[in-house]
Design a protein around this ligand. Structure first.
Ligand code: AMP
Ligand code: MG
Length: 267
């Protein structure tokens, strides 16, 4: 049913997940048309989510640089009422954040009832960049997989739908995108020389991702490995998953109070 979901317990070898996959879609025009339809559904579902005031929705986006986190936010969430959405971006931790446990800054940004919150990077950085660069000792980051699963269980148990997307691009595709950033005036501001340094650790990152995806895809907070070399397919997969999971919440507009039809609206 969900070809891109990591089944709990399934061991992930990213080499076996094709970043060029485009499913049943022949090309961009067809996929963009389908996305437009999904967006309409998403807008309607978000209205219900807000009105029902019962569920919370957390979307986690992780990817290598240029993987498309910003792109997904822009293209999938387009048209959704900004009043019901929040984006939380997680950067290099501040001294205050570092003085706390790694989940402190994350917990403070999770959605409350009726909200959709998108994490642009997340607590997973603490088992990705932190692991790749030995920012904390191994015995510290090793414990985090379990701590993350427990944290996400708490959120799920208290009414949060959690969907986690790893946008999977190839190393070649990243090169093309970095070159495009370098060569396009409107994209150059995103070109960070530091990203080239991170690119040199590609294999280490893949290993870190594989372990995070393997150990932290749970029944209450599944990971999806989204083929992301084609932006149009990436957006479609995220939108389709989101719509499907929101529909499954079976959200209802609240019942009208008894006798409301008889209430007079004063002049
Ligand atoms: P960007 O998303 O391009 O603005 O970059 C944000 C940077 O912050 C990335 O290089 C991340 O790896 C880094 N970052 C995010 N969270 C952490 C963390 N917990 N520890 C260290 N670096 C982090
Ligand atoms: Mg960046």
């Amino acid at each position: 049913m969900d070809p891109y979901m990591v089944k709990p317990g399934q061991k992930v070898h990213l080499a076996a997940w094709n970043p060029d996959d485009t499913g049943d879609f022949a090309g961009k025009p067809e996929a963009r048309k389908a996305l437009k339809k999904l967006r309409k559904e998403l807008v309607e579902l978000q209205e219900r989510l807000y009105a029902e005031d019962k569920h919370k929705v957390l979307i986690v986006l992780q990817a290598m640089d240029t993987g498309g986190k910003d792109g997904v936010i822009k293209s999938v969430m387009r048209g959704v009422n900004p009043q019901g959405c929040q984006v939380a971006s997680f950067k290099v931790p501040t001294p205050e954040e570092l003085a706390h446990d790694f989940l402190w800054r994350v917990h403070s940004r999770v959605p409350g009832r009726r909200f959709i919150t998108i994490f642009n990077r997340s607590h997973y950085e603490d088992v990705l960049v932190v692991r790749v660069h030995d920012i904390v000792p191994e015995d510290v980051w090793r414990q985090r997989y379990e701590q993350i699963n427990n944290f996400e269980k708490l959120l799920a148990d208290t009414g949060t739908l959690i969907l986690k997307f790893y946008l999977h691009i190839s190393k070649d595709e990243q090169k093309r995108r970095l070159e495009a950033r370098r060569d396009t005036p409107e994209k150059r501001w995103k070109f960070a020389v530091g990203d080239l340094k991170e690119r040199a650790y590609w294999e280490d990152y893949m290993q870190a991702y594989e372990e995070a995806l393997t150990r932290c895809s749970t029944p209450w907070a599944p990971w999806y490995v989204v083929p992301a070399n084609k932006k149009w397919y990436r957006d479609l997969v995220v939108a389709r998953t989101l719509v499907e999971k929101l529909k499954a919440l079976d959200m209802r507009y609240p019942e009208a109070p008894e006798g409301i039809e008889e209430v007079q609206v004063p002049d």
